[in-house]
Write a protein that binds this ligand. Structure first.
Ligand SMILES: Nc1ncnc2c1ncn2[C@@H]1O[C@H](COP(=O)(O)OP(=O)(O)OP(=O)(O)O)[C@@H](O)[C@H]1O
Ligand SMILES: [Mg+2]
Length: 1019
């Protein structure tokens, strides 16, 4: 017995060694398959691992593992160790021999002494005694079964003193069967042995009752050894990835990549990047490749490795809600298949701090702002060390105004507070990688691979030039544009957009980037005006379906431009569309039903919608000349991997823009700079406030120390920051004190603390410039809180930042005002918006009385939101208030996000307690803004109102209905639902259901767990 236990101990020790060997093996397996373990074209400052000399046998040892074996085993890493297995086999062999001896001894006994005096001979007695005295649990399966049988028989034999020990033939047969069985299991399923080992150790740790003192002592020693070994094992599994055949992952991941993404083989660069030594050693990494280079896949593999092998949570930061939702949907099936949670942190979704999960790891997919709040909440609850990996997509966003500042704060905090958290950043458009490397202490991988070649062109008058950096003036003549325009057509389309697009559509797809929203609509309309009738027939039926869907999504209303353009396969796409319209247009374009989108630059960085040809209508976004990174993002949409063999872009130029355009297409990528000091240091102020609030820094020196780890510090000289860091810290701290957000105590070594208002501000991520106004408004609101309708609450959460964009139509304002109840009007007057003022404005009179215009405009926006909550119809409300539906939609989503902020703000301020419960409910209403019955369905990522209605009417009324639905049946039941959409929808619903159920389970477990600090219970 002790032999078995000894082995357990040895195995644990061996585990570490084995893991490393497998690690090496894995690195090499890729090269052996000849898939690009070698160097890539382009610079690779961080060279691939040189550890390449492991043997084929080792390689096979990894590949031989079945899927289930590869996964999850804290124990699996020891299973590939042939020495351990050999020892295990040796132990089994030993036991087998011993049992055979025992059997033959019994047989001999029976044969030699047909009428024995005692049922058990002295030897048998001692053997039985030994067997009974010690735990069998730590033996291999075969032995265990055998021992149990022997014990059973021993028990049976005791009362029957006269009978013989057992029937030899029967026992032998049983033994044989068991051995056969056992060895079969052993050879087939190493995993089960691993499980057994685990069970064994746990079993061993429990002291058997009624055993001898010596045995007890022995048990104690062995248990101690085992617990040490287990501890070591846990440490090993925490440090060392549990490896499998697909970049350390089980082959199931590879299958899923194929099944769900259609990816059969990684690009050479992807393999090389995953094999980099710095990646293997989990050092921080920035990798930079052209658009469509396939960057996401590498990040996803690293995320899966962290989740499955290191059993740590991951955070994936994406810049837009739409991207977060797309990713959540795309990864939900991976989560279900591989047993981890995918949690959405976007808009109003996401819990702070996140739900603790004992048994499953979580992948948080978050927008920039939500990721920052998430990291803050993890720091506050001392759980940041659970975060194994943080991935930032589009890392160049660091240079993007206030959002860039938020990314910088998030990264700096993670780096400062959790050294073990690995940071990976990726981008297509990074100019100053060196700065970012210094900031993140990261290595860099760069490659210029693009699966589909991109040919960039510019058009000047009738000539197309190819962009060629080798040419002296960057442009090389390519061809003359071939077109025949009538004079009226020439007038309407002087840039020959129609000629350019008709070279590719309808067979290929085309994106036309336009400088303004209005221009998108005009261009789409203009193109259709001159398209031939033939275009109408191309995928006619599908276009008719799209039109129906657009109409249904607008409750019968439909955009006249889309109604005209969709039959030609053309649409526009910008933020003026409702979320539903945008989704329908995007899906139709992806499927080729629409062949052309006239869009604004937001599409370039948003959802992945590539095209055969990309046309830039002009080198401007609104009035501003394009930035190099914007240009690159736009032209980067050209060329669809797996569909097109080539991608081409054409930038339409006027003569006056020629020289600037040369800069645009030829200059090196723009650098990105820290934004912490932008807007009067808004970023750095809020960073310092949260540092103090989170107890990261409580003195000026500590604040300065932290700031040394920011991008701002790295770029201090380039940014020409006049003051020294120390001065900056002092000034910021003084400003925060002036704003009563912090207090300073002590003079010699002043200590910094946040005030209650300060805490509320950083907890609610409320802009410091209006946090005191918000506080005052809320306090004032409490004095006469009007709860007969939503209006007062809605007013209190109407975002301040949209107020400047609001120009009330006074007639509309007055009409809406008169429809309010007396108490609502009274509330409005109390908020500073008297009826008389609105009436006078509506009558066109000049008003002498001074009123707070911010309050007036804010109330107008509140009326819009109030109407929306009542009617739940964006179209009708936009019409009523003479606004675009896009603005109404933006107002709604901003209000919903701000409502969450205000909720967290009020949670920190006792005097605002009534808001806690009220805003929770309001936030839910604003997030969905649909009839209550549809909310459970719309909680599922990507299910919008139109689909929710369809589902509801088809009898799928709860989350559970949807999660348990058969996608094939859904496709048959719901109109215009495609199989892929149905699969994604059901997978997302399943994931959400799992998430909710697991959260409840965690709560139950928590409630039932005996508190560790329970005071001693004396009787
Ligand atoms: N190894 C591969 N084989 C085939 N297709 C792939 C492979 N890797 C990625 N892709 C596909 O290539 C397309 C572009 O990939 P991805 O979105 O990751 O590009 P990206 O580098 O992030 O580009 P961008 O900078 O534009 O965001 C995706 O549709 C993706 O599924
Ligand atoms: Mg990308």
């Amino acid at each position: 017995m002790s032999c078995g236990r000894l082995h357990v101990k040895i195995k644990r020790v061996c585990a570490r060694k084995r893991s490393r060997d497998v690690f090496k093996t894995h690195l090499n397996s890729v090269r052996k398959q000849g898939r690009g373990g070698g160097r890539e074209a382009g610079s690779t400052p961080c060279l691939p691992s040189r550890r390449s000399s492991s043997t084929m046998a080792e390689h096979r040892a990894v590949e031989d593992c079945s899927d289930s074996e590869d996964l999850f085993g804290d124990y699996d890493s020891i299973l590939g160790d042939t020495s351990i297995l050999a020892k295990l086999e040796e132990a089994e062999q030993h036991e087998r021999l011993r049992s055979e001896n025992l059997q033959s001894f019994r047989t001999q006994q029976l044969t030699a002494d047909p009428m024995p005096q005692s049922p058990k001979g002295p030897l048998i007695d001692s053997v039985f005694h030994e067997l009974e005295d010690k735990a069998f649990d730590d033996l291999p399966t075969s032995q265990l079964q055998f021992q149990e049988q022997i014990q059973d028989q021993a028990k049976k034999s005791k009362p029957q003193v006269q009978s013989k020990t057992s029937t030899p033939s029967h026992t032998e047969a049983a033994v044989e069967t068991n051995f056969e069985d056992g060895s079969r299991k052993h050879s087939k399923a190493r995993r089960s042995v691993a499980d057994l080992l685990k069970k064994t150790m746990l079993g061993n740790a429990a002291t058997p009752v009624g055993v001898s003192r010596t045995a007890l002592l022995k048990e104690a020693v062995v248990s101690e050894e085992i617990s040490v070994a287990m501890q070591a094992m846990e440490n090993i599994s925490a440090e060392t990835p549990d490896l499998g055949p697909f970049f350390g992952l089980p082959s199931k991941v590879k299958e899923l990549m194929h099944k769900l993404r259609g990816i059969q083989k990684l690009y050479d660069w992807q393999e090389a990047c995953l094999n980099l030594e710095c990646v293997q050693q989990r050092r921080n990494l920035i990798y930079s490749l052209p658009t469509s280079g396939g960057k996401t896949l590498v990040a996803e593999i690293l995320i899966l490795r962290e989740l499955l092998c290191r059993r740590k949570d991951c955070l994936f930061i994406l810049p837009y809600i739409s991207l977060v939702q797309e990713k959540v949907r795309g990864l939900a099936t991976f989560g279900l298949e591989l047993d981890f949670m995918v949690e959405e942190y976007a808009g109003s979704k996401g819990k702070f701090p996140p739900v603790k999960r004992r048994n499953k790891r979580s992948l948080y997919i978050a927008t920039i702002e939500k990721a920052h709040s998430l990291v803050n909440s993890l720091i506050e609850s001392s759980r940041l060390n659970h975060l194994g990996l943080l991935v930032v997509d589009e890392l160049h966003m660091l240079g993007d105004g206030s959002r860039g500042a938020v990314i910088e704060m998030t990264l700096a905090k993670v780096q400062y507070m959790s050294k073990a958290t690995q940071i990976i950043g990726m981008s297509a458009t990074l100019g100053n990688i060196q700065d970012l490397q210094t900031f993140l202490g990261a290595e860099n991988y760069t490659n210029d691979f693009r699966p589909v070649q991109l040919k960039e062109h510019v058009k000047l008058n009738d000539t197309i030039y190819e962009v060629d950096l080798k040419e002296e003036n960057c442009f090389r003549f390519s061809r003359m544009l071939n077109y025949k325009y009538s004079s009226s057509m020439q007038k309407i389309d002087p840039d020959h957009i129609i000629a350019l697009v008709t070279e590719v559509i309808p067979l290929h797809s085309c994106l036309v980037f336009c400088p303004t929203k209005k221009n998108c609509e005009n261009v789409a309309g203009m193109i259709c005006k001159y398209l031939k009738e033939d275009f109408l027939q191309h995928r006619e039926a599908e276009k008719a379906v799209l039109l129906q869907e657009l109409k249904a999504s607008g409750n019968g209303s439909m955009c006249p431009v889309l109604r005209r353009t969709v039959p030609y396969g053309v649409a526009y796409h910008h933020s003026g569309l409702t979320a539903e319209e945008r989704k329908l247009v995007e899906e139709a374009y992806s499927r080729g039903v629409l062949c052309l989108l006239a869009c604004t630059s937001t599409l370039a960085a948003g959802i992945n919608l590539p095209a055969r040809r990309v046309i830039l209508r002009s080198p401007y976004v609104a009035m501003d000349f394009l930035k190099r990174s914007q240009y690159k993002q736009m032209v980067g949409r050209a060329g669809r991997a797996g569909i097109d063999t080539i991608g081409e872009s054409i930038l339409i130029l006027q003569e006056k823009d020629r020289s600037m355009a040369k800069e645009l297409v030829c200059a090196p990528m723009e650098s990105c700079y820290s934004n912490l000091m932008q807007d009067d240091g808004k970023g750095i102020l809020s960073l310092i406030l949260s540092l103090i609030g989170l107890n990261i820094s409580s003195s000026l020196q500590q604040v300065e120390q932290f700031l040394r780890g920011t991008l701002l510090f790295v770029q201090q000289q380039q940014l020409c920051v006049e003051r020294s860091l120390w001065d900056t810290v002092q000034r910021c701290v003084a400003t925060l004190r002036e704003k009563e957000l912090i207090t300073i105590t002590g003079t010699h070594s002043p200590s910094l603390q946040v005030t209650r208002l300060g805490r509320a501000a950083y907890k609610g991520s409320v802009d410091l410039s209006y946090c005191s106004v918000l506080y005052k408004d809320l306090l004032k609101g409490l004095e006469g809180l009007q709860l007969s309708s939503h209006l007062h609450l809605v007013y209190l959460v109407t975002p301040y930042n949209l107020v400047p964009q609001c120009n009330p139509d006074w007639m509309v304002y007055f009409r809406q005002f008169t429809l309010l109840s007396a108490s609502e009007q009274k509330m409005s007057a109390a908020a500073g918006v008297p009826e008389s003022f609105v009436a006078q404005k509506a009558a066109g009179q000049t008003v002498n009385k001074s009123v707070d215009l911010v309050a007036v405009k804010r109330m107008y926006l509140a009326l819009v939101l109030f109407s929306l909550l009542r009617d739940t119809d964006v179209w009708a409300v936009a019409d009523r208030f003479q606004l675009t539906r896009g603005f109404v939609q933006t107002l709604l989503s901003s209000a919903s996000a701000f409502c969450c902020c205000v909720l967290h703000f009020t949670e920190e301020l006792e005097e605002l307690w009534p808001f806690k419960a009220l805003l929770l409910e309001l936030s839910r209403c604003l997030s969905y803004c649909v009839k209550a019955e549809l909310i459970p369905l719309m909680e599922v990522t990507g299910v919008l109102e139109f689909r929710a209605k369809q589902l509801y009417n088809a009898g799928y009324r709860t989350l559970s209905h949807l999660a348990n639905a058969d996608p094939a049946v859904l496709c048959r039941t719901l109109e215009h639902l495609y199989q892929k959409q149905a699969n994604l929808m059901v997978a997302s619903a399943k994931m959400l259901l799992n998430e909710k159920a697991a959260a409840l389970q965690e709560e139950v477990d928590e409630l039932l767990t005996l508190p560790a600090d329970l005071p001693a219970q004396q009787h």
